[in-house]
Design a protein around this ligand. Structure first.
Ligand SMILES: CC(C)(COP(=O)(O)OP(=O)(O)OC[C@H]1O[C@@H](n2cnc3c(N)ncnc32)[C@H](O)[C@@H]1OP(=O)(O)O)[C@@H](O)C(=O)NCCC(=O)NCCS
Length: 155
């Protein structure tokens, strides 16, 4: 495999990610920028092969005074899996989040993402079954219960 480099996502990389993964990346607002946000791509031979994006997420009321880094998306292209790319994307995001001042990083996946569970365990995350609450999901899912699992790690 060509050398893999890691680059913060800019407009050009975002466009390439959308071309490779599909418009859902943009439609669902998966990439986050600005204060407290971090969006990183793994790039091989000039093309993105994996990406991650995190943003600041409050706990729902009445716990809204607590904030964590929340991983909205993590995806590695099928052709490049099991080469340590997600491990590296998560490690770099965790380092960034800790330096930013977050105490914890977390995420949630629907239960069709079962192949990710061994990864979360392998990388030191706690995994807990959780039905997504309407307040923190994409617009089209609001009000509908979605079975899945929360993961989190103290930084
Ligand atoms: C889950 C996913 C991100 C893993 O990406 P990856 O780059 O292949 O993962 P890595 O190679 O960094 O794996 C790190 C460790 O996680 C574990 N792991 C990862 N994928 C695994 C799998 N399919 N089965 C078992 N263990 C797995 C292994 O312990 C692995 O270390 P090892 O290869 O040295 O044994 C990728 O399969 C993916 O994009 N899936 C679809 C989207 C998704 O589920 N995203 C995450 C939840 S939103």
């Amino acid at each position: 495999m060509e050398k893999i480099i890691f680059q913060e996502i800019d407009t050009n990389l975002e466009q390439q990610i959308i071309e490779t993964w599909g418009s859902w990346v943009k439609d669902w607002g998966c990439l986050h920028y600005g204060d407290g946000c971090y969006s990183l791509a793994a790039v091989c031979d000039g093309k993105p092969i994996g990406f991650i994006s995190a943003y600041p997420a409050q706990l729902p009321p009445p716990l809204q005074m607590h904030w964590d880094a929340y991983i909205d998306v993590l995806d590695v292209h099928r052709d490049f899996r099991r080469h340590g790319i997600a491990r590296a994307l998560l490690h770099k995001t965790e380092q960034w989040a800790k330096a930013y001042g977050y105490r914890q990083i977390r995420s949630w996946s629907s239960d069709d993402k079962s192949e990710a569970i061994p990864m979360w365990y392998a990388l030191g995350y706690g995994v807990c079954p959780a039905v997504m609450r309407g307040v923190s999901v994409k617009k089209e899912f609001i009000g509908k219960p979605i079975n899945g699992f929360y993961v989190s790690k103290v930084l």
